[in-house]
Every structure is written in C-alpha cells, then in structure tokens.
Design a binder for this molecule. Structure first.
Ligand code: SAH
Ligand code: SF4
Ligand code: F3S
Length: 474
C-alpha cells in the first residue's frame, strides 16, 4: 500500500456537521418522551482503541439527548462495542447478544446496536442478520462517525441497518466525546494496521494505517492538559508508523517532541510500539522528553526466530534483544512490558521454551500472555497446528510461572523506596483505598485520603506482590 492517502477517507467538516444535525433531530424526537430522556447502556470489549471509540459513541449519544445507565435492564438503547482478536472475545459477545432477546421481548422499543471489530467481519454481520434478529443496527469501526445517521435511519425507517462496507478506513475529526475520568485520557493518533502479522485479524477489520494530522493531535492534547488531565495515552496499533502517510514529514519521535513542549504537569504514555520500527531515535526522544513516561510496551510475541518469521513479525530474537538493550541504555529505569502468544501453529515445546528463556533474559515488569486462537481469514489459521490444547496449556503455565516469579522479584525491589505516583482513583480495597501508578505505569495501592485523587504524590512503598505494590502517601 504505497499511498494510503488515496484510500484513507478524511471525513470533511461538512460531513461531521451533517452528523451533528442527525444528533439534533434525534434529540428533538427524544425531548417529547413521556418518561424523560432515553437511557443508553454501552459495553466495550477489547483494547484501548475500542475504549476510545466508545467514548466517541457516548459523546454522540449525549448529543442525541440520551442519559446513561450502568444497568442494561433500564436501557432504551444498548450499544455493544466488540473485539475480534480471539475466539473467546467473540463467544462472549454472542452470549451477551443472545441474552438480549429477552430484554427486547419485554421492551419492544429497546434499540440494540452492535459495533466494533467483530461487526466489521462479513461472517459475523451475516450471522447477526440471520440468527439475531433482535439486533437493530450493526456497523464496523470504519462507520463509527456516521452512527447518528445510521441510528436515525433505524428510528425513522423502522428497519434493521447494516453498515460494514470496507471503506479502507476513515479519519473523522471533531466528534464529541465523553471521557471517563478527569485524570486519564486516551488520544488516538492513528488508525488501522499494515503489518499483517499472520495470526492477527486487526488489519482486516481496522483497515489500512492512517495518521491524524499532528496539528489536530496537538490541539487535543493541549486541550486535555488545560482541562487538568494528568495522564494522556497515545493510541495506535503501531505508533512507530505514525506519519508515514502524511504530507508533512513527521515521525512518531517528532510528534512526541512536539507534544512534550506543551507546558503542564502531565505524563504521556503510548501504545503499541512495534519492535521492528522502534529504534534509537525513539528511545533518545523518550529519554529527553520530561513528560514522556519511561515505559515501553514492546510486544515480542515469541522468543524463537523461526516462529517470529512464520508470524511475519519482521525481526529475529537477536534483533529484538538488541532493541531492548538500546532502550535500557537510553533509559536505565525503563519499565518494560510485552505481549506473548503461546502455541502458534507448528510451534514445538522447544520453541515455546525459547520464549520462556527470552523473558528470563529480558525480565519484563509484566506480560500480557495469550494462547493462540485461530482467526478465520488470516494466513496462520490455514497452517497445520499439531500441538494439542493441553500441551499448549502446559507451556503457557511454565511461561506464567516464570513471569510471576520475575514480576514478584522486581516488585519486591521497590519496597522501602519512595516513588512519585499519580493517584487515579479508588481501589475498592479498604486497607489501601487509593489506586495509583508510578511513572513507569506500575500499580500502587495506596493508603491516603480521597482528596489525593488526580494529584501526583510521593509514596513510600511498604509491600508488594506479583501484580502490584502497596504503599502510603507521604
Ligand atoms: N498492535 C499490537 C497488538 C494488538 S492485539 C501489536 O502489534 O503489538 C494485542 C495482542 O493480542 C497481540 O500483541 C497478540 O499478542 C495478541 N493476539 C493477536 N492475535 C491473536 C491471536 N490470533 N491469538 C492469540 N493472541 C493474539
Ligand atoms: Fe495485529 Fe501485528 Fe498489526 Fe499488531 S502489528 S495489530 S499484532 S497485525
Ligand atoms: Fe480487539 Fe479490535 Fe482492539 S479486534 S484488540 S478491539 S483493534
């Protein structure tokens, strides 16, 4: 894909304005409702990108005059934003959507919408069309910006609507948003993925890579900092590809430098960084920018070069380890995390153990670990996969045991230290009522008063376990 500008559709301001008019029309319809404003219930599966998308959907719902409820039974409109990354994620959604048939029987006016990555797949949309007839509206991530128009169609034409055309992806600026807290915010800097890792569904459902203009991103971040947000996470499937499709030459490191110039007391995090495109320039920029957290999520997937090749990851074990070395040289305090897939088709026990040896070598602070799940339509789903699920589980458990030990050891080394943390909310635990994060993103359960939420404080770490640190605000 040499010129993504040609295929990525930038949604014009007039089009967004037109969508706002659909919001206004729906708001008008809602104003006359006898029982007060309709209530919307949203449920989100999958990654932060989906969380960010749901915040836009909620922004549009608010403009339509909806209130929000946490109780699906009280809802007039239900929006389920789905994930297709593993079979389990899809099964869960089919279960939830299946159950909604009863809600619809009780309340025929209930509107049920299914969107996100699952919905973008034709097989899923067809299954919903035929077997889940209580679902009113189905649309993929590419059509998110026209949710108001689609919903208006459902309301006025009294028919089911499916909008899953692969439009190669779109970029829509200026959509309204409802953010979850006043402390942390998500900012998408790009959409889609061009990498086609052989196991992964994302490029098929999220379209080709496309970058937002730097000026739009900078304006959004500046606004968030002015509103008092303390932690802003930049999102993209591979943030290191940022800018490749823009007219003005700018890469991700350049973007970080520009954002870092925005004055204020805040931290910038980002995910995800693809190892093949991460390098010296990025690490030096991270080290030099005071607002950029010294934290790197650098998914390795496997520690075996043969498997990495079959995965189409574009790096070997040695090249990956060299990047880790470079990152640590630039930032000795860096907190490193990763994603791992165990049981890729054709992986042997010996190869899986190469992954265990890699994590022993790197000593990640934490890992996100998955057992391979075949995704129809991807190349890996057609590869021979002789190892049994039970065998894969044994390898997986070995990996977890090793990582739990390493995380436990690294966490224990914090005990007795004083660290600066951002208090981001309540923990739900009476003994340690606050939840907070170190600059490197490690979770610290904290003793202290609610008034600290949203503030950076010095905390003394007094205890730790495999998953978290415990401490008291000073
Ligand atoms: N763009 C990110 C990953 C997004 S998906 C990146 O390249 O790092 C998040 C994680 O889900 C992946 O890193 C991978 O570890 C896992 N994953 C993706 N497809 C999978 C599959 N078919 N089976 C199991 N895990 C998978
Ligand atoms: Fe999937 Fe690979 Fe793209 Fe990540 S980089 S979203 S794993 S295809
Ligand atoms: Fe899932 Fe789509 Fe994210 S498949 S992981 S929600 S990009």
């Amino acid at each position: 894909m040499s010129d993504t500008r040609e295929t990525a559709k930038r949604i014009g301001a007039e089009e967004i304005e037109r969508q706002k008019q659909f919001c206004a029309k729906i708001r008008k319809m809602n104003e006359g409702r006898p029982g007060g404003p309709p209530l919307a219930y949203t449920q989100t599966y999958g990654c932060q990108q989906n969380v960010a998308d749901s915040q836009r959907l909620m922004g549009m719902l608010r403009e339509m005059g909806c209130g929000f409820t946490q109780d699906a039974r009280a809802a007039d409109i239900i929006v389920i934003n789905t994930c297709a990354i593993r079979e389990n994620a899809e099964k869960k959604v089919f279960g939830v959507v299946g159950q909604l048939v009863h809600a619809k029987e009780k309340n025929p006016d209930l509107t049920i919408c299914l969107c996100g990555c699952m919905a973008q797949q034709e097989v899923v949309a067809n299954k919903i069309k035929q077997s889940y007839r209580h679902v009113d509206l189905v649309f993929g991530p590419q059509a998110l910006w026209k949710f108001p128009e689609l919903l208006y169609g459902v309301y006025t034409e009294k028919k089911r609507i499916f909008s899953i055309a692969d439009e190669h992806g779109s970029i829509a600026e200026g959509l309204p948003v409802v953010r979850e807290s006043g402390v942390k915010a998500w900012v998408s800097i790009m959409y889609g993925c061009n990498n086609f890792c052989s196991y992964c569904i994302v490029p098929y459902v999220r379209g080709r890579e496309r970058s937002r203009e730097a000026s739009d991103i900078l304006a959004e971040v500046r606004g968030l900092v002015e509103e008092g947000y303390r932690e802003i996470t930049l999102l993209g499937q591979n943030v290191n590809s940022y800018g490749k499709d823009l007219d003005t030459p700018m890469d991700f490191a350049d973007l970080l430098r520009e954002i870092d110039k925005i004055p204020g007391d805040y931290l910038i995090r980002f995910m995800t960084s693809h190892p093949k495109d991460a390098g010296q320039k990025l690490f030096e920029t991270m080290a030099a920018c005071s607002h950029v957290a010294k934290q790197l999520h650098l998914p390795v997937q496997s520690g075996c070069s043969r498997v990495l090749k079959a995965m189409n990851r574009g790096y070997t074990r040695e090249q990956y380890l060299e990047k880790v070395r470079m990152a640590r040289e630039a930032m000795p305090e860096i907190v490193l995390t990763s994603d791992i897939i165990i049981g890729f088709p054709g992986e042997t026990e010996e190869e899986a153990m190469e992954t265990v040896s890699l994590i022993e070598e790197v000593r990640y602070d934490a890992l996100f670990t998955f057992i391979y799940s075949p995704r129809p339509g991807t190349p890996a789903a057609k590869m021979p996969d002789p190892a049994s699920r039970a065998e894969k589980q044994v390898w997986f458990d070995k990996l977890l045991d090793a990582q739990n030990r390493i995380s436990g050891e690294l966490h224990r080394a914090y005990v007795g230290r004083t660290v600066r943390v951002l208090v981001d909310g309540e923990s739900g635990d009476e003994a340690w009522p606050l939840s907070s994060r170190t600059h490197g993103g490690r979770l610290v359960h904290l003793k202290g008063g609610r008034e600290l939420i949203g503030r950076y404080v010095e905390a003394r770490v007094t205890d730790s376990n495999t998953w978290a640190l415990f401490g008291e605000a000073l």
